[in-house]
Design a protein around this ligand. Structure first.
Ligand code: GLY
Length: 332
């Protein structure tokens, strides 16, 4: 059943959302320098927008927030950035011109929440959090997810910006609604999902993943990001993993769950992500024209990252350093 107190707390947090990203950015220089104890806490996230997301997440933890608060609020940064073409407002729309969002979140207690095919809500990750915290369900979709968000204080917003509307019209002219885009020469195009994993100093793990999905996708298409076990998986006994890139390849191999299970069976995070990419290479015949990237972390604070094609990078905030690292790739 729905817990009213939690609802009210979440709504209060959401009503402050438009202010939070700037506040967090302006406070980033006051992070204390003595946080690290044996590699923890840490945040690891996909792509260069991960730097700011990590910074925001660490600030939440420093200010006394939980590891779930930290990953949720970390990804608010790219969700609210109108210049980010693959997350939240400013994300590329589908082929009909609608921005449709997918997001998921998992906490150390094994609970999970997600939304998919959600329109007109700036922070789908917070709707996913509310699904996790306040309903008996894991996933809400489309109109139902929107109804749930509006009933709980989220505001409807237009997420299509003048820049993405222009890009959409150009894409229509250039591709003529081609349902099978060929990205042989541009495997990184239109996929920059943010996945953010965090481990606090007690070793508790959480993860968040949020995206506007593949740019100019078919209407109704949902990717891996809101699918628990595909785009995101957390097992607080073992570790966590999240994915970016062409979600169909991750869904067909249940990628993030696979990474965590490989770690459970003794692989390091790096060995696990490499094996998950190899699984895609061996099982998905047309994988070569697409990009996939995984990041992973275990309970001890060891991390891993690997991708199919060159070009994927990730941000790691650990031992008081928040740095962008180029991932190794299967193809060179
Ligand atoms: N990985 C995000 C998507 O395929 O939608």
């Amino acid at each position: 059943m729905i817990d009213r107190r939690k609802f009210i707390e979440r709504v209060a947090a959401v009503s402050a959302l438009s202010l939070v990203p700037n506040i967090i950015k302006s406070q980033s220089s006051i992070l204390p320098l003595d946080l690290n104890t044996d590699n923890l806490p840490l945040f690891i996230s996909t792509w260069n927008h991960g730097i700011e997301a990590n910074e925001a997440a660490m600030q939440v933890l420093v200010n006394g927030g939980s590891i779930v608060d930290a990953v949720e609020q970390g990804v608010w940064i790219p969700e609210a950035d109108p210049n980010n073409r693959s997350v939240g407002i400013g994300g590329y729309p589908d082929r009909e011109g609608h921005v449709t969002l997918d997001a998921s979140i998992m906490g150390p207690d094994g609970n999970a929440g997600s939304v998919c095919f959600l329109e007109n809500i700036m922070h789908p990750i917070s709707v996913a959090r509310l699904v996790m915290d306040s309903t008996p369900h894991v996933m809400l979709s489309g109109d139902g997810a929107l109804q749930f968000a509006l009933e709980n204080g989220f505001k409807k917003e237009n997420l299509l910006t003048p820049a993405t509307e222009k890009a959409w019209k150009k894409e229509l002219i250039e591709t003529g609604y081609d349902p099978k885009p060929n990205w042989e020469n541009e495997p990184n195009k239109y996929h920059d999902t943010i996945g953010l994993l965090g481990v606090d100093s007690a070793g508790d793990i959480a993860g968040a993943c949020t995206t506007s999905g593949m740019g100019f996708k078919m209407r109704g298409r949902v990717g891996d990001s809101p699918i628990i076990g595909a785009g995101l998986f957390v097992d607080n006994e073992i570790g966590a993993a999240t994915a970016t890139g062409m979600g169909e390849l991750v869904m067909k191999t249940v990628g993030s769950f696979l990474v965590v299970e490989l770690m459970r069976n003794g692989r390091t995070p790096q060995q696990a992500v490499e094996e998950a990419v190899l699984r895609i290479v061996n099982k998905v015949p047309d994988h070569k024209k697409y990009q996939i990237g995984f990041i992973a972390v275990n309970k001890q604070g060891d991390t891993g990252a690997y991708c199919l094609q060159p070009g994927f990078n990730y941000a790691l905030y650990q031992n008081n350093q928040n740095i962008l690292i180029d991932s190794n790739s299967y193809y060179k």
